[in-house]
Design a protein around this ligand. Structure first.
Ligand SMILES: Nc1ncnc2c1ncn2[C@@H]1O[C@H](COP(=O)(O)OP(=O)(O)OP(=O)(O)O)[C@@H](O)[C@H]1O
Ligand SMILES: [Mg+2]
Length: 365
């Protein structure tokens, strides 16, 4: 086990810089998830840590040791990729044992370690099979087994579940979490899937164009996103954003959503701005049959909207609607399925709204 430190990490390919100086301190045993849009530099960062790409500038430490120039095999790291690259002609046992066999470890040590890993991953019954006789999820677990038996200081995962169907993803994700709770190995995990990010991470690192946009616990980045970018990236369905005209009135201020619908805010949030971006998560935008809503509680505003499309998800119905010229996504009770064109009541708890400067930064009141 080991801590990991990235200081001013830069990657250039020729004249093109793709990672622009990343600073990140990872504690021993921590589970870090890197997320961000395609091409933002997640894999490049991971590959620099693994030693599969050279570091253009900056310092990379594992534990107390600077490893910039260390060969991958000397970094005590195990990496699991998206395409699990198993040896098709070898049994599951040999695939898991591969690194230990190559290192000519004693036979009984190999037996013990492979069996223990297989036990952890639910692969005991499959040790004699070939990879072609396994499901996608089982193959991915074999790839993880191969990483586990090496007992590395750091695990690196690059979208390990993206080849699996939704149900298997969920299962293997839970296994990865359980594994980390057992082994407590320092882990950096790259994914596109923000459910994976939220559920697995001790801290999430949101990257954008080769830079870190925000680092925080899952609850931090969800409830206090530092920018429109993070707010729009974390959470499904995506947060609603509305650029609204601001009016100041002493210490109070309002953002005008539409005729008769204003969001009260502190004047500190508005400052000298003429416009503020309000962000409301679909879960905080309640859709009901017109005329049926309960009495408004403090901080709530209600207005009418016209349904564009309603999508039943089971527990809730996701409703895309138009109100005051804004296209918004809200949630209705799962038993409600309003028709396109129907008028509905929309209730927003403005205390749960997020506010941003039009340039993207979060505003605090
Ligand atoms: N060998 C290379 N030569 C030049 N540019 C590269 C090379 N490898 C990656 N890049 C560029 O570096 C940037 C970051 O790529 P990277 O693979 O790290 O992105 P990513 O965040 O992992 O994306 P994805 O989510 O699609 O996997 C991209 O713009 C990519 O085109
Ligand atoms: Mg990648």
């Amino acid at each position: 086990m080991a801590s990991l430190s990235l200081q001013g990490l830069v990657k250039r390919y020729g004249h093109t810089q793709v990672v622009h100086g990343i600073d990140l301190e990872v504690a021993d045993g921590e589970f870090i998830v890197l997320v961000g849009p395609s091409g933002c530099g997640k894999s490049t960062t991971l590959r620099m840590i693994a030693g599969l790409e050279s570091v253009t500038a900056g310092t990379l430490r594992i534990g107390d040791k600077v490893v910039n120039r260390l060969e991958p095999k000397d970094r005590d790291i195990a990496m699991v990729f998206q395409n699990y690259a198993l040896y098709p002609h070898m049994s599951v046992f040999k695939n898991i044992a591969f690194g230990l066999l190559a290192a000519k470890r004693p036979k009984d040590e190999i037996e013990t370690k492979v069996k223990r890993a297989a036990e952890m991953l639910g692969l005991t019954a499959y040790l004699d099979r070939r990879p072609s006789e396994l499901s996608g999820g089982q193959r991915q677990r074999v790839a993880m087994g191969r990483a586990i038996v090496r007992d590395p200081s750091v695990f690196l995962f690059d979208e390990p579940l993206s080849n699996l169907d939704a149900q298997l993803r969920g299962q293997v994700r839970t296994e990865i979490k359980r594994l980390h709770q057992t082994l407590r190995t320092t882990t950096i995990y790259v994914t596109h899937d923000q459910v994976e990010a939220m559920t697995l991470a001790d801290r999430i690192v949101i990257m954008r164009d080769g830079r870190i946009e925000q680092v925080g616990t899952p609850l931090d980045v969800f409830h206090t996103p530092a920018s429109i970018f993070v707010a729009g990236f974390i959470g499904t369905p995506t947060m609603n954003f509305m650029t609204l005209p601001a009016a100041r009135d002493g210490v109070a201020a309002t953002l005008k959503l539409g005729e008769g619908a204003v969001i009260p805010v502190s004047s500190a949030i508005v400052g000298a701005r003429e416009r503020v971006v309000a962000g409301i998560r679909p879960d905080d935008l309640r859709v009901e049959t017109a005329g049926t809503g309960a009495t408004l509680r403090p901080g709530e505003v209600r207005f009418e909207g016209t349904v564009i499309i309603a999508e039943p998800l089971g527990t809730a119905t996701q409703v895309t609607l138009r109100a005051h010229g804004h296209e918004l996504v809200g949630m209705a009770d799962g038993r409600l399925l309003p028709a396109s064109g129907e008028t509905v009541a929309v209730t927003v708890d403005t205390k749960l709204a997020h506010f941003f400067d039009p340039d993207g930064a979060r505003l605090r009141g």
